[in-house]
Design a protein around this ligand. Structure first.
Ligand SMILES: Nc1ncnc2c1ncn2[C@@H]1O[C@H](COP(=O)(O)OP(=O)(O)OP(=O)(O)O)[C@@H](O)[C@H]1O
Length: 253
């Protein structure tokens, strides 16, 4: 699905991504963790076609991303970005509907199937009752749910999340992550998500990539990677593991 070889990226002569090699060929839930400024968002920007000023090979579904059009990428890949601005008074429905654009021709209206997909996501995300509300009147967390919903109606094989639950309360954080995890388990989706919360990552991710200084320093099965030793190496913070009802909880000490 994703094959990256010797990816390097410089911004204003500063090396932001250094010799990244990454292969994701199995469906699953993958986490990316790393300190602020370690290059996580930049890596997602490359993998979703937002940035193309890199050196190296980046392939999506065996095709070089540089040869794919924005629309071809958007049929396969959706992104819930770290930050977003909605500057016009669209309704919730109108914003979410935009997620279907990659599957339509220009000026083509919504078909029965598009409406079915949108309605299901609106209901899954408790947005159906407020679908006509002006998005500019929404709170930060409500806006984040709208952007999340727009990505889900895109019905892509790959979903990238960039700290996409950062504005959400505990209820919606777990509701949304459970929703996408269910899609992963049903074999319909692969999620690649940036997290800052080790415990959230440990609950949902099958595998973890740890980044630091523009490099992937560790990669493997979640329980093997999220260890106090690795966390200290990468984040310079001491943690302990607490065992609670078969769950391992990492706490800073
Ligand atoms: N347009 C830009 N101009 C200059 N430097 C940039 C630009 N975009 C990103 N950078 C730098 O690239 C580095 C990596 O940024 P990136 O946003 O990828 O980090 P991150 O790991 O996602 O961080 P965070 O956890 O804080 O979101 C940072 O040092 C950032 O300052």
């Amino acid at each position: 699905m994703i094959n990256v070889k010797n990816l390097n990226l410089k911004i204003e002569n500063k090396k932001i991504l250094k010799n990244i090699n990454l292969n994701i060929n199995k469906k699953g839930f993958y986490g990316i963790l790393g300190p602020n400024g370690s290059g996580k968002t930049t890596l997602l920007d490359v993998l979703t076609g937002i940035r193309n000023d890199f050196n190296g090979t980046v392939k999506l579904f065996n095709k070089s991303i540089s040869n794919l059009t924005k629309k071809e990428i958007a049929k396969k890949v959706s992104l819930v970005p770290q930050s977003f601005e909605i500057l016009f008074p669209f309704s919730i429905f109108e914003i979410i509907e935009m997620g279907r654009y990659p599957h339509k021709n220009r000026f083509e209206g919504l078909k029965k199937y598009d409406l079915k997909v949108i309605e299901k996501v609106l209901k899954d995300m408790d947005l159906f009752e407020i679908k006509e509300q002006n998005v500019m009147t929404l709170s930060g967390g409500e806006k984040q749910r709208i952007i999340f919903a727009r990505a889900l109606v895109q019905e892509t094989e790959l979903l990238f999340l960039d700290e996409s639950t950062s504005n959400l309360d505990l209820y919606y954080t777990h509701t949304l992550l459970k929703l996408v995890k269910e899609k992963v388990n049903n074999n319909n989706l692969t999620v690649i998500s940036v997290f800052h919360d080790f415990n959230l990552a440990s609950m949902y991710c099958d595998e973890i990539f740890l980044m630091k200084d523009g490099e992937i320093k560790k990669h493997g099965i979640t329980k093997d990677v999220l260890t106090p030793e690795n966390i200290f190496d990468i984040f310079k913070i001491k943690t302990s593991i607490l065992n609670h009802k078969n769950k391992k909880i990492l706490i800073p000490i």
